[in-house]
Design a binder for this molecule. Structure first.
Ligand code: SAM
Length: 302
């Protein structure tokens, strides 16, 4: 399914490639899918593509990012038109088109955070990696070899995503705790916090890491409420382990997903495969522990 799932723009840490593996651990039918750390919402998009959830809640602390998703879903035509204007402007700079990125970045940092500006910065910056400086300014550099996604390519994807999610999605840009406090039994929560040690979102203090202890406590709260969840949480590449394990007391099942050969390792001339951990809450485990015949029996009964 991967090649066909629409996506708007590259985003560092996106789960687009892993989505088919992650979806295997979700129930076939979900009432509400909540993504508290949505990024570019690859998992909500893939779940909608498979028509498995009735409604969605997309949240990320990065407000301009959420506004971009909301605009793509609710106003695809306006987003594509506005983006075309920003994108085409770079050609009036001739050889010096990189300067255009810096000009848009400055506009954005001076308060013009309109979705088309955010989209252009994401489409042109190095590795789609959003970085903010100490004062909260977007400070990532441009990828000098690229012009950013062509509006024509973008148009197809934006309309496809809008078709999948419009009318079924609510949006917010708050800290993940506030979202999880409102989650109820019957929801499915997919969490993809920033890699441990990486802080690339902004909040009122400009940086938002997700401290390990606090995160574990919040998951305990979900266990107590009886809310089902999946968590992508760091991984291994060759001999290296990234991040701390989630504690056994949470009663989750940990599975390792094959994320392919890491580009970092390739640069070093190695071919180490990266594995990413997915923690699955206790109540979901029987679903994927079932044999395929049992599953098709259940689906036939549904
Ligand atoms: C690894 S990325 C998620 C990528 C996403 N799964 C995708 O496919 O695009 C983690 C996201 O968490 C957001 N974030 C960081 N701290 C947060 C917090 N305290 N509450 C909510 N979101 C936060 C970041 O802005 C970032 O977009």
């Amino acid at each position: 399914m991967n090649g066909k799932i629409p996506h708007i723009v590259q985003y560092q840490g996106s789960k687009r490639i892993l989505a088919p593996q992650i979806l295997q651990y979700m129930p076939q039918k979900i009432n509400r899918l909540i993504e508290p750390f949505s990024g570019m919402a690859a998992i909500s998009i893939a779940t909608a593509y498979e028509n498995r959830a009735n409604c969605f809640w997309i949240n990320d602390l990065n407000e301009p990012l959420v506004n971009l998703l909301k605009e793509a879903i609710e106003n695809p035509k306006r987003l594509v038109e506005d983006y075309s204007v920003v994108w085409n402007e770079q050609f009036s700079y001739g050889e010096n088109h990189v300067q255009h990125f810096y000009d848009v970045r400055e506009r954005f940092n001076n308060g013009d955070e309109k979705p088309a500006n955010m989209l252009y910065l994401l489409a042109r910056c190095v590795k789609g990696a959003v970085r903010y400086g100490k004062t909260g300014n977007f400070n990532q550099s441009p990828d000098k070899r690229r012009h950013g996604t062509n509006p024509k390519t973008l148009e197809k994807n934006v309309y496809a995503i809008s078709y999948l999610l419009n009318g079924k999605t609510v949006f917010s840009a708050v800290d993940y705790h506030d979202v999880l406090e409102m989650a109820k039994p019957g929801d499915l929560v997919y969490m993809d916090p920033p890699y441990q040690g990486v802080t690339n979102a902004r909040d009122s203090r400009y940086f938002a890491g997700v401290p390990f202890g606090e995160f574990v406590q919040t998951i305990e709260m979900l266990n107590q409420k009886g809310v089902d969840y999946l968590i992508s949480y760091d991984g291994t590449c060759g001999e290296k382990n990234y991040g701390e394990e989630l504690p056994k007391s949470l009663n989750c099942k940990k599975v390792m997903l094959n994320a392919g050969v890491s580009s970092q390792a390739l640069l070093l001339g190695e071919k180490a495969i990266t594995f990413e951990a997915l923690y699955v809450s206790k109540e979901l485990v029987p679903i994927f522990d079932m044999q395929p015949q049992q599953l098709s029996f259940l689906e036939a009964m549904a």
